[in-house]
Design a protein around this ligand. Structure first.
Ligand SMILES: *Cc1c(COP(=O)(O)O)cnc(C)c1O
Length: 367
């Protein structure tokens, strides 16, 4: 049986008629940029998260870099971020010429709150919290530290649509909650898309200005902005998907409960759940020190896997200029060498999952 690490066709097929009807409706409307679909999506997504305002944007990366730009974080300012994140989190910081200061992750793969304070300097301006793989970070402690040191909080919720800490949804704790709607995300569109969730109208308005070439009124440009609008057709399709997000997340949770219960192999470390946090399982990430051999074994059995992420940002070529050397972040680097995401997607059938589980349980490393 051939199992892909992820597949988006199943999630589409389940609601195919709704998606197609919406696409045709938008196509026939004759209005494609910043119209009623975007407005409605923004209201619905703000409601869903429990945030006050949502502003649709063109991508998750845009949400991140615009957040730092609008919060006034730039040249020479330092932003704390976990070492084991997707590189877009870091680019959101460095596009503004601010400096990422990497903090080691905890055993839940989120920022280790016990190691935050030692990294704070007079130049520290913000904490970028990434709710990695779909599990909410320990926001109580992060907020306490941010308050104490007068730091802004930006949340990278690209993997955590619907995940909560203490019953409150990720994206509504900090100054700005940044979301991506890239197709593979829990709330994925059919192309690129993103959004921010904020508490204040004035801040929301800044994002509306920045996303549209810095103009509030057409052809009157206040700031050097961006072209970062969420398309009407994406917004319409995201509204359909949002109306099913809870059931899609519940399905992922059911699949992962089964993985947690039935995966039993002493060389495989399963993900751990944090008290007070919910997990929407963007990825099911296991760890093994025999990763190379394990991947090869699974490939032979036609089971695909993905590494999230093989090269931590500080070791990527793009960030060689930061001159952060190997071994400065040993836990981050160990995770990069050991993590592996096993197949997980909406519409995964029992037969497929049982095959994955049996195959993994039978793995015995030789090397
Ligand atoms: C996907 C992702 C992003 C970037 O989102 P795009 O929409 O692809 O720009 C940022 N941060 C994390 C953690 C992500 O997973």
């Amino acid at each position: 049986m051939k199992i892909m690490p992820n597949r988006m066709d199943r999630g589409f097929q389940r609601y195919q008629q709704e998606f197609e009807a919406k696409a045709i409706e938008v196509l026939r409307s004759g209005w494609y940029i910043l119209g009623k679909e975007v407005e409605r999506f923004e209201k619905e997504f703000a409601n869903y998260t429990g945030g006050r305002y949502c502003v649709g944007l063109a991508s998750g990366l845009d949400a991140l870099w615009l957040a730092f730009r609008i919060l006034g974080i730039g040249e020479g300012d330092e932003v704390l971020v976990q070492g084991n994140t997707y590189i877009a989190s870091v680019m959101g910081i460095t596009i503004n010429h601010a400096v990422p200061v990497f903090v080691e992750p905890d055993s839940y793969y989120n920022i280790d709150v016990t190691k935050l304070e030692e990294k704070i300097t007079p130049r520290t301006k913000a904490i970028l919290v990434v709710h990695l793989y779909g599990q909410a970070a320990n926001m109580k402690e992060i907020i306490r530290i941010a308050k104490k040191h007068h730091l802004k909080i930006v949340e990278d919720c690209a993997q955590s649509h619907g995940a909560c800490f203490d019953g409150k949804m990720t994206g509504t704790f900090g100054d700005v909650g940044c979301f991506s709607f890239y197709p593979s995300k829990n709330l994925g569109g059919f192309g690129d898309g993103g959004a921010v969730v904020v508490k204040e109208e004035a801040l929301a308005q800044m994002f509306r200005i920045y996303r549209n070439y810095g103009s509030e009124k057409r052809y009157y440009n206040k700031v050097v902005g961006a072209n970062s609008r969420l398309d009407e057709i994406q917004a319409g399709l995201l509204r359909v998907r949002l109306s099913h997000l809870d059931e899609l997340n519940q399905e992922r949770c059911r699949l992962c409960e089964k993985y947690l219960k039935e995966l039993k192999n002493p060389v495989i470390q399963l993900p751990k759940r944090q008290k007070n946090s919910t997990h929407v399982w963007h990825q099911f990430v296991i760890r093994t020190s025999n990763r190379k051999e394990f991947i090869r074994y699974l490939q032979e059995k036609e089971i695909g896997t993905i590494i999230h992420y093989p090269i931590p940002p500080h070791l990527s070529e793009a960030y060689s200029y930061l001159e952060i050397d190997r071994s400065q972040l040993p836990i981050t680097e160990q995770y990069a060498e050991e993590v592996l995401s096993i197949p997980l997607y909406n519409g995964m059938i029992e037969e497929e999952q049982n095959y994955v589980i049996d195959t993994i349980n039978q793995f015995k490393p030789v090397g």
